[in-house]
Design a protein around this ligand. Structure first.
Ligand code: HEC
Length: 118
């Protein structure tokens, strides 16, 4: 009788471990949350320029030549698309985050546009 109870418990524990294995976030998932994943977009330069005019030139200058904020004219040589996406989404120091004002697609389009500026 006691043996039966013990093996029953053993199987319940195994079942629980299996469930946890599949429901707990894996390491990869956690890493992806820290790095917002960038949606795939095809570059739309006109849309990017419109967003830049509306949201960015007050600090970065109307030719992106810099001013209160660093110049972005050659930022593609220093940062890749993912890094640009992160900075624009989450902000950094004096750079405000835009994830609540722009959609991930708009930010990805901006990141693509700026990454071509080398
Ligand atoms: C309120 C002013 C302000 C606005 C508006 C602003 N930025 Fe910035 N941005 C900054 C500042 C200040 C920095 C420098 C941050 C630092 O020193 O870490 C910066 C840094 C950046 C960088 C990193 C540059 C580098 O060389 O590391 C990028 C890219 C950038 N901004 C893009 C944008 C885009 C795209 C927009 C519009 C969606 C925008 N910014 C709007 C102030 C602004």
């Amino acid at each position: 009788m006691q043996k039966w109870v013990m093996s029953g418990l053993f199987f319940v524990a195994c079942g629980l471990a299996l469930v946890l294995m599949f429901t707990l976030p894996g390491k990869q998932q956690v890493a992806e949350e820290a790095k917002p994943s960038m949606p795939e977009v095809t570059l739309d330069p006109a849309a990017a320029e419109a967003t830049l005019k509306a949201s960015c030139i007050t600090c970065h200058g109307d030719q992106l030549q810099g001013g209160a904020a660093p110049a972005l004219q050659q930022v593609g040589g220093q940062m890749d698309t993912q890094a640009l996406f992160n900075v624009i989404s989450k902000g950094r120091n004096g750079m405000p985050p835009f994830k609540d004002q722009l959609s991930p697609e708009e930010i990805a389009n901006l990141a693509l546009y700026l990454s071509e500026k080398k």
